[in-house]
Structures are given as C-alpha cells and as structure tokens.
Design a protein around this ligand. Structure first.
Ligand SMILES: C[S@@+](CC[C@H](N)C(=O)[O-])C[C@H]1O[C@@H](n2cnc3c(N)ncnc32)[C@H](O)[C@@H]1O
Length: 243
C-alpha cells in the first residue's frame, strides 16, 4: 500500500470544493426558477456558473495531484542533489509526515535522519509526529529516523551538528521575510562546515540563494525551478563554507 504523506493546504482544497458547490447550486437554482419565463438567459447563466464551478474543481484536483505525485518527483530531485555516503547526520526542517525525511533515511547505512516540525494541521492533512513515525515504520526506516517538535526559526541543535540539512515547502509558511531569513540562518548554523544544504520552496525561493551565501554557504545553485500547486518554486542547494 502506498504511504500517505498528506495533502497540502487541506483547508484551501475544501474551500475550493465549497465554492464549486455554491456556484453550481446557484446556477442550477437560477435555471430552475427562470426556465419557463426566460429559458435562454437562464440556461446561459447556469452554464457560466457551472463553468466557474468546474474551474474551482479543476484547481483543487490539480493541487491534490501536486501533493500526491508532483511532490514525489520533487522529493527525488532534492535527494539526488545530495552526494550521499550513508553516514550522514541529516536534518529535515518542517518534515511533515516524512516525505523527504524518509527518503533521506533510505540513503543512510549508519547515519541518522532527524525531522522537526510544529505539526500545523492547516498546511498538511493529519500532520502529526505519530503519523510521521508510523510512516517511517511502514517504510522500514524507523531505526534511522528521529522525529521531534521544533520551530525552524529557533533550532535547538548545536552549531555544526548536521552533515545534511534539507527542507521542502516549509519556509513559505513563515509569516514574513525576517522569519524566513532567521530560519535559513539557523539551517546554516547547524550544518557542519563542508556540509550540504538543499531547500525547496514556493513563492520566496528566489530570495534564498543570496541569504544563504551571506550566511556562509558556497557553490549555491538555484537553477532548478518547477511549479507546484500552480505556484512557482525553486530548489536551492549549496555547501557550508569550510573556513
Ligand atoms: C506544506 S507542509 C510540507 C511538509 C513536508 N516537508 C512535505 O514536503 O510533505 C509544511 C510544513 O511546514 C511545517 N511548518 C510550518 N511552520 C513551521 C515552523 N515554524 N517550524 C517548523 N515547521 C513548520 C508545517 O507544520 C508543515 O508540516
């Protein structure tokens, strides 16, 4: 059975379905009430409203598909940017239900992958530490995975603690540019010199390369771009400066 890594922005999806239902019901209602007196305009209005409803459904279905299959391709792209030895200590910031965390753990022989999250139910369906641990068990990597509660802006780990620091579609959840900068600086702080960083995000990904360079990351590459949930996104990778 396929593992369930959750649906992103579940509230947005149900809002889209509600709007679709409202437009469709309104259109059909108008037609039924006016079909005898004004059959032509009533039919036209109903068709327009049904078309709008279909648009909302199409967007919702596309967003759902992005979560279920688009993000799997994205996860693989992030994992493939890292040069793995199998001994790494990995941190996934905003791990959700373990999409990237578990894929990273599968690269490890002796290493350990830690995921942190604040478990915001609004950004991922059934988002919880327990569900992430259950997914790690189902994927056979529970012995290599640690899942903790933590805020990206205030990582509780010491400087230079991790060989690889990852994050996928998390930083745009932070309320402002200062918070995103703080989180990026925290990720660099906990990466060891020479360690690798890979961050994918939507909307603000274009801002991250400059912040990472300033915070001490070299060989920054932000050329990988893709669309997710109808929003442009960017993968930024680099290596923490050694001296
Ligand atoms: C869209 S989900 C993505 C989850 C996972 N990375 C994935 O790709 O499936 C965004 C995640 O960021 C987490 N998040 C939001 N703000 C956070 C913060 N300040 N610190 C840590 N995680 C946060 C949410 O709880 C949620 O799990």
């Amino acid at each position: 059975m396929a593992i369930d890594y959750g649906i992103d922005a579940p509230q947005t999806l149900s809002n889209l379905y509600w709007r679709a239902g409202t437009f469709a019901a309104f259109g059909i209602g108008i037609y039924l009430m006016n079909r005898r007196d004004l059959p032509g305009p009533a039919m036209t209005l109903m068709l327009v409203l049904l078309l709008i409803a279909a648009g909302f459904v199409a967007v919702a279905l596309y967003m759902r598909r992005s979560s279920q299959s688009g993000k799997l391709a994205l996860r693989d792209a992030i994992i493939n940017k890292i040069q793995w030895t199998g001994d790494e200590k990995v941190l996934d910031v905003g791990c959700g239900r373990g999409l990237l965390l578990i894929a990273a753990a599968k690269q490890l022989k002796k290493g350990r992958a830690t995921g942190i999250d604040i478990w915001d139910a609004g950004s991922l369906s059934a988002n919880s530490q327990a569900n992430t641990i259950a997914n790690a068990k189902a994927e056979g990597v529970a012995d290599r995975v640690k899942v903790e509660t933590g805020d990206a802006r205030n990582l509780t780990y010491g400087d230079n603690s991790f060989d690889v620091v990852l994050s996928c579609t998390t930083l745009h959840e932070l309320p402002d540019a200062e918070s995103r900068q703080l989180a990026l600086e925290e990720m660099v702080r906990v990466t060891r010199p020479g360690g690798q960083i890979a961050i994918f995000d939507v909307m603000h990904g274009g801002e991250y390369a400059a912040i990472l360079r300033k915070a001490g990351v070299d060989q920054v590459d932000d050329s990988y771009k893709t669309w997710l949930w109808l929003v442009p996104g960017r993968l930024v990778v680099g290596q923490k400066r050694t001296a």
